[in-house]
Design a protein around this ligand. Structure first.
Ligand code: AKG
Length: 255
């Protein structure tokens, strides 16, 4: 069983690396067991989200900066070892984001993450970790395999969407979409250009996940602009910062 303190090495096989490059995503894998996630979820719900976090605009972002529990989940060896198989031995954690959809929560339109981010160049690998049990009916993330090979123009979203901009619906087809159903504690990996989406939450169950965003030291981060915020810094989670221009800080010790 995977645990946060596991000494197992989670390096990907050559076939998995090839699949990631072909399809733009990989998984699911387990970061922690459903039992461990039950304790983590309780902590996040009662101790983390109710208090003010580092981002003054929302308690749902950057909580790895002020919660050790969130930081440990975001940097579980099962996640970071696999990221290192894909993006190399030097990795920088620059963002986390809870995506919480209560029953009735809005559709997140099809999009490519690179449209929204203050990175130059935009190189990123994300892990989307299931905090709750995530099924089709409570709006699992959907992905379009291979869609990371083309940049799709983003336009103002249609009414009723959770984001202000979406990938131009005339620029792609949703044929072949894959539903990323996950047990609590499972995650999948995807890159900055993969088209992904989630339906409105039509169930009576909450659907919460957390995205973990990791880049490499050649990438400049504009720390002070949305979705980041004043006081933001990144954290080296593997290897060394061989460039030296990213604003780095230490992980939290508690919370
Ligand atoms: O949680 C969702 O439905 C969408 C997540 C997402 O867009 C992301 O992690 O980049």
């Amino acid at each position: 069983m995977t645990t946060l303190t596991s000494t197992q090495n989670f390096a990907l096989t050559a076939a998995e690396v090839e699949r990631f490059h072909k399809e733009g995503y990989l998984g699911p894998f387990a970061a922690v067991s459903p039992e461990e996630m039950a304790g983590i979820r309780e902590h996040i719900d009662t101790q983390v989200i109710p208090r003010q976090g580092p981002n003054p605009r929302t308690p749902l972002q950057s909580r790895h900066m002020d919660s050790r529990v969130v930081y440990d989940l975001a940097t579980a060896p099962a996640i970071i070892d696999r990221m290192a198989s894909l993006y190399g031995p030097n990795l920088v954690l620059w963002a986390t984001n809870f995506f919480c959809k209560e029953p009735g929560g809005k559709e997140i339109p099809w999009h490519q993450d690179q449209n929204y981010w203050p990175l130059e160049p935009i190189i990123n690998i994300s892990a989307w970790i299931a905090i709750d049990d995530v099924r089709i009916d409570n709006s699992c993330v959907q992905v379009l395999p291979g869609s990371h090979k083309k940049v799709v123009q983003h336009v103002a979203s249609r009414d009723g969407m959770a984001f202000g901009e979406e990938a131009d619906p005339r620029g792609f087809s949703t044929d072949g979409l894959v539903n990323m159903e996950l047990k609590p504690g499972e995650f999948f990996l995807f890159n900055e250009k993969l088209l992904h989406h989630s339906e409105p939450n039509r169930s009576n169950r909450r659907r919460m996940g957390m995205s973990v965003r990791v880049t490499i030291p050649i990438v400049r981060i504009n720390h002070d602009v949305p979705p980041l915020h004043p006081g933001h810094h990144a954290m080296l989670v593997r290897g060394e910062d061989y460039m030296g221009f990213i604003r780095l800080g230490e992980p939290p010790v508690a919370g």
